[in-house]
Design a protein around this ligand. Structure first.
Ligand SMILES: [Mn+2]
Length: 274
């Protein structure tokens, strides 16, 4: 598995890039999951001459792979991603909090680079800080404790010993509970109160960054942190069907979000017309 750790040499990536996240495939919400998979394939097909595809986490509502067994489904998507990689598109998979148990299946299948944490990347000559974005910024001790427990290798080994029927039932239960705990306000842009914005401000005190690109919040966001640094959140492929493109012809990433019910922030109204 190609795990790329933090603090290694900055990876340079050039060309047309597409960012999507939080598809939570197999969640029974809105359009059926298979239809959303199809829509994602269409989006990528229509993206033109893509060089890099960024899957920014929580693509699956639950992913857990065993040595010889993987969750069923996604056949069409996986075949498509394999083809894509054969055509020379590099796939970058950032693990989220629902799919942190990605091992080497995606690397074997479609040569994905797997990233366990947020990364500083030089994309089209701009310094981009990219990641799923969960647990960053502010004080989230409870969340961080749970994340450490889930990421602790011996716990993963123990979990893998459960019968998949049990393992997947537990996961579905937790996922459902986490969804129910979110109220309306959770899906509003919180401005300077956004944990990811707080985190970005913290990073900016020590590091020069042009663009932050995160996911996880399920709210498409574009927010100027300073005159020379912009914060983005991809949104999701569950309710908003938003995504980001960044090509060398553009000065900055473009957030694509078409919704008639756009009530998050003035920034977003500007953007939705792009
Ligand atoms: Mn997430």
């Amino acid at each position: 598995m190609k795990i790329i750790e933090e603090h290694t040499q900055i990876q340079e990536l050039n060309g047309h890039c597409l960012f999507v996240s939080d598809a939570h495939f197999r969640t029974p919400q809105d359009a059926p999951s298979a239809q959303r998979e199809e829509m994602l394939i269409q989006l990528i097909q229509n993206a033109g001459s893509l060089q890099h595809l960024f899957l920014l986490g929580d693509i699956f509502d639950f992913w857990f792979e065993y040595r010889d067994v993987v969750p069923k489904g996604y056949v069409r998507l996986f075949a498509f991603l394999k083809e894509l990689s054969q055509q020379g598109v590099q796939i970058h998979y950032f693990i989220g909090n629902h799919d942190m148990w990605v091992e080497d299946y995606f690397t074997e299948l479609f040569g994905a680079n797997i990233y366990a944490d947020a990364q500083l990347l030089l994309i089209n000559g701009r310094r981009c800080f990219v990641g799923h974005g969960d647990g960053l910024g502010g004080k989230q001790p409870r969340y961080m404790m749970i994340k450490h427990i889930f990421r602790f290798r011996p716990n993963q080994v123990l979990y893998s010993m459960l019968h998949p029927r049990t393992a997947f039932s537990i996961a579905r239960f937790c996922s459902q509970r986490s969804r129910e705990s979110h109220d309306e306000a959770t899906f509003q842009f919180q401005g300077e109160q956004e944990f990811q914005v707080m985190y970005a401000r913290e990073v900016l005190t020590t590091t020069d960054i042009d663009f932050f690109i995160f996911a996880h919040r399920h709210v498409p966001m574009r927010y100027d942190l300073t005159p020379s640094c912009t914060f983005y959140n991809v949104g999701d492929w569950l309710n908003h069907f938003s995504y980001i493109t960044f090509s060398s012809e553009n000065q900055e990433p473009i957030l694509h979000y078409d919704s008639l019910n756009n009530n998050y922030s003035p920034h977003l109204e500007e953007m939705s017309s792009r």
